[in-house]
Design a protein around this ligand. Structure first.
Ligand SMILES: [Zn+2]
Length: 477
């Protein structure tokens, strides 16, 4: 019984003479949007040409037949480097290897291949290469519209299966969603290469990439830079520490978060507050860290090597930027110094460093660890005494005290907790009540346990977390 294959692609197998790859070059799109940039060394190119001459096995290349502006072209799904090697040899860009095996072949057949450019070969020898040598091509048909997202998704899927022997990771899958405004914004800002859809051709650089991504001390393999920007956007949508797991990233690309709309026009999307804030944060992070003291020889910031560390830096700095502080470029030095020292603590991990141990044990991407890391770093930062002034002087507790109280009480309003515990059924988990009694940093009060008017001190010991409602009712009593 034959299964009805949903994704069946019509496939044609042909033997092409090498000259068919050489001319004209423009009919090949060698790096479609889903391809990564990779370049063979000359040695590998020469060894491929040697394989053709010696009639050794060369695996088939996979092409996708597409129609762009009514012109038929071939998109290279697999075989980018092999086709480039053939084209560059036929275009006299390198010589054949002067290897023993080719010299032996020359002797046996009275040829003169070894160490020669294509143009220096005799006509007969040229014909051996361009006409007698062949390469098998598999041509995919039925997914020939590059503007059709489903066609694009299938081509991407085939590419990754051939390339890596594995299926797409979340980001690669998301990267192929070419109609999503979120995807297009993220790719434009964070990817190191780009694709010109108008001309349907690949570009080796991306002039719109934000320079912040050039500071990252890890590559964009498997699109990790795109994942980082997606997580920044999730934090903007939540207006603070948030779930930034792969599942949430996919929801974001699918425009299933907040008020996002998959059909939204690109300009409208870019004008959203969350996007403008993410842009502002990228500018700010770049400004602060482009002069970092710990740089690699190729200009990367040494401590920008772990996504979870960078995400926490992001939540810390965005709090300073959008929160109620007088935060200016005069503080950048202190921030860099703090981050450097904190990073060194994380790297060295002395067993007695409780804050760092807690920080490291919360490296996951769900909301509790992201928030925990944020508060640990905030606490360390304020203890570092950065000299940043809080603008609101009505509050009696200092900022450092507020952070300490908030952390110590685990963000829980004690009165809310009492009420929530009473409301629980006999089989309910107490953790549920705790979760419900938690307040947000943007919306809580540091309350005196012994009232100020009765001589209570403004100290961490005499402070407690209260939600605004309970703080008001306290005061009335
Ligand atoms: Zn409360």
């Amino acid at each position: 019984m034959a299964l009805q294959h949903e994704n069946a692609l019509i496939q044609q197998q042909k033997n092409w003479q090498l000259r068919q790859f050489g001319n004209p070059r423009k009919d090949f799109i060698k790096r479609p949007p889903y391809q990564r940039k990779s370049v063979w060394k000359r040695k590998k190119q020469k060894s491929l040409m040697e394989s053709f001459l010696l009639d050794l096995y060369v695996p088939p290349v996979v092409l996708r037949s597409i129609t762009h502006d009514t012109v038929q072209k071939y998109e290279v799904v697999d075989g980018q480097q092999r086709i480039t090697a053939i084209q560059e040899y036929l275009n006299n860009e390198y010589k054949l290897a002067d290897s023993q095996r080719i010299r032996e072949l020359d002797e046996r057949h009275d040829r003169n291949f070894a160490g020669n450019y294509y143009e220096d070969l005799s006509e007969d020898d040229q014909a051996v290469i361009s006409d007698d040598c062949t390469l098998t091509v598999d041509i995919l048909q039925g997914i020939n519209d590059p503007k059709n997202p489903e066609h694009q998704r299938l081509a991407t899927q085939v590419f990754w299966r051939l390339q890596q022997g594995e299926s797409l990771n979340t980001l690669e899958e998301n990267h192929s969603k070419i109609t999503s405004p979120v995807r297009n914004y993220i790719v434009e800002r964070a990817d190191d290469i780009s694709f010109d859809y108008e001309d349907y051709r690949s570009l080796d650089n991306n002039e719109n990439r934000h320079p912040f991504f050039g500071l990252l001390n890890y590559g964009n393999n498997r699109l990790k830079h795109l994942g980082l920007l997606a997580r920044f956007l999730l934090i903007e949508i939540a207006d603070g520490p948030a779930y930034v797991t792969g599942t949430r990233v996919t929801q974001l690309f699918d425009c299933e978060k907040g008020s996002l709309n998959p059909k939204e026009d690109q300009t409208a999307f870019r004008n959203r507050k969350i996007v403008k804030r993410a842009d502002e944060m990228l500018d700010l992070l770049y400004d602060i860290f482009k002069d970092a003291e710990m740089m690699t020889s190729d200009g990367k910031v040494v401590y920008f090597e772990n996504e979870y560390f960078i995400i926490t830096l992001y939540t810390l700095i965005r709090e300073l930027q959008f929160g109620n502080y007088r935060f200016t470029s005069s503080h950048y030095d202190e921030i860099r110094q703090f981050v450097r020292e904190f990073y060194n603590r994380v790297e060295n991990e002395p067993s007695g460093d409780g804050a760092v141990l807690r920080f490291k044990s919360n490296s996951q991407q769900s909301d509790d660890p992201v928030a925990a890391r944020h508060w640990i770093m905030m606490n360390e930062f304020w203890e570092y005494d950065p000299g940043i002034i809080e603008l609101d002087n009505q509050r009696l507790f200092s900022h450092a005290q507020r952070v300490a109280i908030f952390l110590r009480d685990d963000r829980i309003c004690g009165q809310c907790l009492e009420e929530e515990l009473e409301a629980l059924g006999p089989n309910d988990d107490k953790a549920k009540a705790k979760k419900r009694a938690r307040v947000d940093w943007s919306d809580w009060d540091a309350d005196h346990i012994v009232m100020h008017a009765e001589g209570g001190e403004t100290s961490i010991e005499n402070g407690q977390v209260r939600c605004p409602a309970h703080n008001r009712s306290d005061n009335i009593i």
